[in-house]
Design a protein around this ligand. Structure first.
Ligand SMILES: [Zn+2]
Length: 83
């Protein structure tokens, strides 16, 4: 899952938030419980200025899709041999 960093505008706490696309889970400051507009994203998926972040994210995406491919292959193999 992609992890985004946020900085709380109220207490300046920087924290990481795991983004789970299937939930409506929103980031909340762990210190003062601020959320929404009080939080400034430090990293975003579209932050092309931060190349190291983008490439790290791409590595993660690549790794995850390879894992999925591998799992699917294993499942197909198993199904084929079960017949
Ligand atoms: Zn805060």
């Amino acid at each position: 899952m992609p992890i985004f960093e946020y900085q709380c505008r109220k207490c300046k706490t920087i924290f990481e938030h795991l983004v789970i696309p299937t939930t409506t889970d929103k980031a909340t400051c762990p210190k003062c419980k601020s959320k929404g507009k009080n939080l400034e994203p430090v990293i975003s998926m579209f932050a092309t200025k931060q190349d190291h972040v983008t490439s790290r994210h791409m590595d993660w995406v690549k790794k995850e899709s390879n894992n999925l491919k591998y799992e699917r292959m294993q499942t197909e193999k198993r199904l084929a041999s079960e017949d």
